[in-house]
Design a protein around this ligand. Structure first.
Ligand SMILES: CC(=O)SCCNC(=O)CCNC(=O)[C@H](O)C(C)(C)COP(=O)(O)OP(=O)(O)OC[C@H]1O[C@@H](n2cnc3c(N)ncnc32)[C@H](O)[C@@H]1OP(=O)(O)O
Ligand SMILES: O=CC(=O)O
Length: 540
C-alpha cells in the first residue's frame, strides 16, 4: 500500500506483484505530485492555442525563441550506446510474442509501443511492462503449443514509446486523480529497468509522441532529471527521440531539441499523425480540405517541406533525423501483389535515405531486408549527420501549403468509413493495430479517416462526381458498410462495432472533431477493466 495511490482494476496478481510494486508505485506518485499541475496547464495551453488559430492567428515559428534558432553553437548530446546506427527500426505493440519477434527481427532497434499500436487496456499496459522487463533480463520466452519463441544472441536495442501527455491512466489514481498515461508508461519502464539497461551497456531510451509545444519537451526534460536523481543515475543516461507529428510541433523543432539537448536522440517524421494533426489543427480553415487519404503522400508539397526541414534541423544539431512508416505490409499467398506493395515500401525508403534521413521505421519483420538493403546501399556510415542540407529553405507558407493533387471520391469516403469502423471496434476490443486491405492501421492512420470524414461534411465538400458530401450521405454509407466490416476485419465484435458506428455518426456532425478517439473511448476500456471512479462514467 502506498499512501494516496489506488489501483482500480481486477488485474492478474502476477503482473501486479512484479510491476505494480509498492516502490514503483511510490515513484509514480512522486512523478504525479511533482509534474501533474504542469501537465494540466500545458493541456489548457493547447486549447487556448487552438482558439487563437480558429480565430485566424497564423501558425508560425515562435518569436520569443528566435535566438535559439539563430544560435549556431549549441548541439545535442552525442549518440548513446546502441543508438549510433539506427538505419532500420521495427515498431510494434508489447505483447509477448511480438516483443520476441521484433527483438529477433534483425533491425537495429525495436520501438516497443505503448501508444498508437496498443489499445490501452490495463492488461495490455501492465503485461507489456512485464514483457519488456523480462526481455531486458533475457528471461522471456513464449510457447503457442506448436511454436516456441526465444531471444536470439544479439537482439535489437530497445526504445519505448509511452502514451502522449493528453492521455490519462484511469486505472491508477494518486490523491483521487488519474495519473498521466505518459508518466505511468515512462515511470514503470524507467523504474524497473534503467539500472539494468545501464549495467548491460545501454540506457533507458524513449520515443516521445504528439507534443505540440517546446514547453511540453521541457516538461519531459524535467521528468528525466527528476527520475535520474530519484534512482541515482547520472544525468543524460536517458535518451529520447521526439516524434514531430503535430502541426504546431513542426514550428518548434529547434526549441524541442534545445529543451532536451542533453537527453535528445533526435526527431522522427511521424507522418500519419502529422496528417491527422494538419487537418485537425486547421479545422477552421476551409482551404485545408484534403483529398482522399491515399493521395496525401510524402511527396505532396506540405509533407515534403516537413521532411526537409526536419532533416536540416536535426543535422544542424548533430542528432538523428529518423524517417517514418510506410503503411504497406506483406501480402501472403499472392507473390505478384506482394512484389508490387513491397516495391512501394522500397521506394519510400529510397526517398528517405536520399533526402538525408538517418534511419527508417518498419511495421513488419519481413520488411527489414528491404529497408536494410536500401539504407546499406545509400548510407555508408552509421548515420548522415554530415548531410547538412544548407540548401533547404522552408518557410511557414511551405509547411501550410494546402495544394495536394487528387480528388475526393466515393471510394475514398467508403474506405475511410470502413477503416474507421474496423479500427475503432478493434481498439475497443483491446487490439490497437490491425491489418486492413494490406495496410497496417493503428490509431494514427485511422484517426485520419475520422477527421477527413468530419472535414468533408463540415465544408460540404464535393465528390469528383459533383455530389455534395452531407452528413446524411455519410450516415447512409455508415449503415450500408457496417455489416461488411467483418469481411475486412474478421475479429470484429458486434457490440464494439455498434459503439464504433454511433461514435462515427456523432463525430461527423460535430462543430469540431474530438481531439482523440483514444481519449473519448477510454472509459469503455476502463470500465471493462473494472475501474469505476465517478469521472469515468460521466465521460461516456
Ligand atoms: C503510425 C505509427 O504509429 S507506426 C507505429 C505503430 N504501428 C506499428 O508498430 C505496426 C506494427 N505492426 C503490427 O502490429 C503487425 O504487423 C500488423 C498488425 C500490421 C500485422 O500483423 P499480423 O497480421 O500478425 O501479420 P502477419 O500474420 O503477417 O505476421 C507474421 C509474423 O510476423 C510477426 N509480426 C508482424 N508484425 C510484427 C511486428 N511489428 N513486430 C514483431 N512481430 C511482428 C507476427 O507476430 C507473426 O509472427 P508468427 O509468425 O511468429 O506468428
Ligand atoms: O507515429 C507515427 C506516425 O506516423 O504517426
Amino acid at each position: 500500500m502506498v499512501s494516496g495511490v489506488q489501483i482500480h482494476s481486477k488485474l492478474a496478481e502476477q503482473a501486479q506483484a512484479v510491476i505494480l510494486t509498492d516502490d514503483a508505485l511510490a515513484f509514480l506518485a512522486a512523478l504525479h505530485r511533482t509534474f501533474e499541475s504542469t501537465r494540466q496547464s500545458l493541456l489548457i495551453a493547447r486549447e487556448e492555442a487552438q482558439r487563437r488559430w480558429d480565430s485566424g492567428a497564423p501558425f508560425d515559428f515562435p518569436p520569443e525563441t528566435a535566438h535559439i534558432r539563430a544560435e549556431a553553437s549549441w548541439q545535442c548530446a552525442p549518440p548513446a550506446p546502441g543508438l549510433e546506427d539506427r538505419r532500420v527500426e521495427i515498431t510494434g505493440p508489447t505483447d509477448r510474442k511480438m516483443v520476441i519477434n521484433a527483438l529477433n527481427s534483425g533491425a537495429k532497434t525495436f520501438m516497443a509501443d505503448f501508444e498508437d499500436s496498443s489499445s490501452p487496456t490495463f492488461s495490455n499496459m501492465v503485461s507489456g511492462q512485464l514483457n519488456l522487463r523480462d526481455a531486458i533480463r533475457r528471461e522471456i520466452d513464449f510457447d503457442t503449443g506448436g511454436k516456441s519463441y526465444k531471444l536470439i544472441e544479439k537482439p535489437c536495442v530497445l526504445i519505448v514509446r509511452p502514451r502522449g501527455w493528453h492521455l490519462d491512466e484511469p486505472r491508477v489514481t494518486v490523491d483521487n486523480a488519474p495519473i498521466s498515461g505518459s508518466l505511468f508508461d515512462f515511470g514503470l519502464y524507467f523504474y524497473h529497468n534503467a539500472k539494468e539497461l545501464v549495467k548491460r551497456g545501454f540506457g533507458p531510451y524513449f520515443y516521445l509522441p504528439k507534443m505540440e509545444h517546446y514547453l511540453e519537451a521541457r516538461l519531459w526534460n524535467d521528468v528525466f532529471n527528476f527520475s535520474q536523481s530519484y534512482i541515482g543515475l547520472a544525468h543524460g543516461i536517458i535518451r529520447a527521440t521526439v516524434l514531430i507529428e503535430t502541426l504546431p510541433a513542426v514550428f518548434n523543432m529547434e526549441e524541442i531539441l534545445f529543451e532536451l539537448r542533453t537527453h535528445s536522440s533526435g526527431l522522427n517524421c511521424g507522418r500519419w499523425d502529422y496528417i491527422f494533426s494538419f487537418i485537425k489543427k486547421r479545422r477552421a480553415d476551409r482551404s485545408a480540405v484534403l483529398p482522399d487519404r491515399k493521395d496525401v503522400t510524402m511527396t505532396v508539397p506540405f509533407m515534403d517541406s516537413y521532411v526537409r526541414l526536419l532533416i536540416q534541423t536535426c543535422h544542424r544539431r548533430k542528432v538523428a533525423a529518423m524517417g517514418g512508416m510506410a503503411a504497406q505490409i506483406p501480402i501472403k499467398n499472392d507473390p505478384a501483389a506482394n512484389d508490387a506493395v513491397m516495391e512501394k515500401v522500397r521506394l519510400d525508403k529510397l526517398r528517405e535515405v536520399l533526402a538525408g534521413h538517418d534511419g527508417t521505421w518498419i511495421a513488419h519483420p519481413l520488411i527489414n531486408k528491404i529497408a536494410l538493403a536500401v539504407f546499406n546501399e545509400h548510407m555508408l556510415g552509421p548515420n548522415q549527420y554530415h548531410v547538412r542540407r544548407e540548401d533547404v529553405k522552408v518557410a511557414a507558407v511551405d509547411l501550410l501549403n494546402p495544394r495536394v493533387p487528387g480528388t475526393i471520391t466515393d471510394e475514398g469516403v467508403r474506405s475511410n468509413i470502413s477503416t474507421s469502423l474496423a479500427y475503432t471496434s478493434a481498439w475497443i476490443g483491446g487490439n490497437g493495430c490491425i491489418p486492413l486491405n494490406y495496410l497496417m492501421e493503428d490509431a494514427a492512420t485511422a484517426e485520419i479517416t475520422r477527421v477527413q470524414l468530419w472535414q468533408w461534411v463540415k465544408y460540404n465538400s464535393r465528390l469528383e462526381s459533383g455530389q455534395y458530401i452531407t452528413a446524411e450521405y455519410v450516415e447512409k454509407l455508415i449503415d450500408e458498410l457496417a455489416p461488411d466490416v467483418k469481411k475486412i476485419y474478421p475479429g470484429v465484435k458486434e457490440d464494439n462495432l455498434k459503439i464504433a458506428v454511433d461514435y462515427l455518426k456523432g463525430q461527423i456532425k460535430k462543430e469540431w472533431p474530438s481531439e482523440f478517439l483514444t481519449s473519448d473511448l477510454m472509459p469503455y476500456l476502463a470500465i471493462a477493466d473494472g475501474a469505476e471512479p465517478k469521472w469515468q462514467k460521466s465521460a461516456l
